[in-house]
Design a protein around this ligand. Structure first.
Ligand SMILES: [Zn+2]
Length: 613
């Protein structure tokens, strides 16, 4: 009874916010989207505007923490007819674990299996439509239209999308038809729409050339999450008022799955005080079926609430006002504020033991796979090429166990990394929330330093920093590498010269240095004038006076650590314990040989030892 009241209340609040007359039109930045993304659909400008805003990456700029892409299209007919521009509100997430009984788990599995089959069906249909559309000669013609004729190009693509039914709304219609028979017993129309949107987003990435192919969800892995669009019907989260016991549960198809709510946790308390936009059910495999809180298949369930507003800011996380230059390497970070203390640190050094444990499990899995499938390897122990029928791989029970343990270790590592990133971000923002760094292609890094970047995820760190900085009213400025060339510039003589990779110290003939190169380029970034990207000598003369000593402090701290025998990444250019310091740590930066031969090859040839861990 009481829960019903609270539920009505929340839906009233929801509607009130929804019809807000003062809604502002969303801002569209033209460069945010591939120019030929024509929005077929019903062709209204409002929808295309919304579409632009839901593109991934955009929320980060707005300072909104959104995994969820929320569109608020689900209103009543009245609002839809009035065609008011809908306001996007900031969003954040709260995750709560669920207590699921054996019977409930069984039903959830059945629902998720139905969802999986429906998702695959929509994906398959969409893929067919996409292939047909691309096979049409008109597609090539549309591609031939020069990008300068933006409108024409867009119209041609959107016409094609409409013609072949490759739009989100066409797939919604398909989902409505496909969601019939036994699937309809498990999945309602709104959930089917969300699955269709998910399938469309995956396919659209292929269409725009951002992905090679789409993945169908296998029966074994299943669907890991399912979400609603609203919190008043179907899958929804219900919160009791305080006088009724303060409980909360996820409701789906008559099942009530109680959530574990820690009301003493300020983060949870703050989150639950906000309006719930919608709920998402998450299923995660645990390390074994005997792990705590799992069902008999070894899965844990939790609910993610997509909430309106901004996340809780812990009082210990204060915001500073300094301007900070950052220099990020694949395994290190140099932080140089204009006034405060400088730092040069390895990135996520705490992840090393977990990574080693994962590698051990990987090797164990390899041994187990070999033992179970000796016929799949040749005399030299290499895996055979898959022939016409492909290789058949047998998996032993122990192999499955190891695989599971490795997977759960990897999940833990990812969570640990996220918390380390969070800590680093708060430490930076405590000093200041104007951050300047070079714009780096993390994709290129991934190719060159795959393992290190995969472990530390520097791109994710920057994204989190960007969101936090935006939330606290600051700015994160990414300056183009090509024009600034911070890692090559010397403010003493104004020359830019390429340093080979192994050269970790900046020591110029004009008398600047020796200074660790990452720290130096972070210093250059900190005092960069943002109006004019190109660094100039005059600008740095005064700041250098004060900064030189501060940079030395960071270097000395690293040297101390190396002397104590702690692990210090070689990329810092600091010799390990017992090693003798070279007299001249950096060669003169102008090295004609390197300039002549293009640098890279020579750099690798002369590199004395591996750069990274
Ligand atoms: Zn110089």
């Amino acid at each position: 009874m009481l829960c019903n009241i609270s539920f009505h209340l929340s839906s009233i609040c929801f509607n009130a916010a929804y019809r807000k007359p003062s809604a502002k039109a969303p801002v569209i930045h033209p460069g945010d989207e591939a120019p030929f993304l024509g929005w077929g659909g019903e062709g209204s400008a409002r929808r295309s505007a919304l579409r632009c805003l839901t593109e991934a990456g955009k929320p980060g700029m707005l300072g909104i923490n959104v995994l969820a892409q929320e569109k608020r299209q689900m209103g009543t007919k009245k609002t839809r007819a009035s065609k008011q521009p809908q306001q996007r509100t900031p969003t954040f997430l709260l995750e709560l674990p669920l207590q699921v009984e054996a019977g409930q788990a069984k039903r959830l599995r059945a629902h998720l299996e139905a969802g999986r089959q429906l998702y695959n069906a929509i994906l398959s249909e969409g893929q067919t439509r996409l292939r047909r559309m691309r096979a049409d000669p008109a597609w090539q013609q549309a591609r031939g239209i020069p990008r300068s004729q933006k409108q024409e190009r867009q119209a041609a693509f959107s016409h094609l999308r409409k013609q072949y039914g490759f739009t989100e709304y066409a797939l919604h219609t398909f989902a409505k038809e496909a969601c019939c028979s036994w699937i309809a017993d498990h999945i309602d129309a709104v959930l089917a729409q969300r699955l269709a949107s998910r399938a469309y987003q995956a396919l659209n990435r292929v269409c725009l050339g951002q992905a090679r192919r789409v993945r169908f969800k296998s029966r074994r892995r299943g669907l890991a999450s399912i979400e609603n669009k609203r919190n008043d019907t179907g899958l929804r989260f219900v919160l009791e008022p305080p006088e009724a016991g303060n409980g909360g549960w996820l409701e789906w198809k008559g099942d009530q799955l109680p959530a574990l709510i820690d009301w003493n946790d300020p983060v949870v308390k703050h989150g639950l005080a906000q309006r719930i936009k919608y709920a998402r059910l998450i299923r995660r495999p645990a390390s074994s079926p005997r792990a705590q809180g799992t069902d008999r298949q070894g899965d844990r369930y939790s609910v993610q609430l997509i909430l309106e507003g901004v996340p809780y800011q812990k009082p210990k996380h204060t915001v500073g006002s300094d301007t900070i230059g950052l220099d990020l390497g694949p395994a290190s970070i140099a932080i140089v504020p204009r006034e405060a203390e400088t730092r040069l640190e390895p990135l996520c050094a705490e992840l090393r033991p977990a990574e080693q444990a994962i590698r051990r499990l990987q090797r164990q899995m390899d041994r187990q796979r070999r033992a179970a499938n000796p016929e799949n390897y040749d005399e030299q122990g290499r895996a055979k090429k898959r022939g016409k029928e492909g290789l058949h791989w047998k998996t032993s029970a122990r192999y499955e166990q190891t695989r599971r343990r490795k997977a759960s270790k990897e999940r833990k590592l990812a969570a640990h990394r996220k918390s380390l990133h969070g800590r680093m971000v708060h430490e930076i923002v405590r000093v200041g929330n104007t951050v300047i760094l070079e714009k780096i292609s993390y994709k290129a890094w991934q190719e060159q330093y795959g393992r290190s970047v995969g472990l530390r995820a520097p791109g994710m760190l920057i994204e989190q920093l960007r969101r936090t900085v935006a939330r606290t009213g600051g700015t994160l400025i990414e300056v183009p590498t090509r024009s600034t060339k911070l890692s090559q510039f010397c403010h003493g003589c104004g020359r830019t010269s390429k340093k080979p990779l192994w050269q970790r110290w900046h020591h110029c003939v004009c008398g600047i240095g020796p200074v660790q190169r990452d720290l130096y380029s972070a210093f250059l970034a900190a005092f960069l004038s943002t109006a004019n990207d190109v660094p100039s000598c005059a600008r740095y003369a005064v700041p250098w006076e004060g900064a030189e000593a501060r940079l030395r402090v960071a270097q000395e701290r690293l040297q101390e650590r190396a002397k104590e025998g702690q692990h210090v990444s070689r990329s810092f250019g600091i010799p390990r314990a017992g090693a003798r310091l070279p007299k001249n740590r950096g060669e003169a930066t102008q090295e004609p040989l390197f300039l002549l031969r293009g640098g890279r090859l020579e750099a690798w040839k002369y590199r004395p030892e591996p750069l990274l861990l």
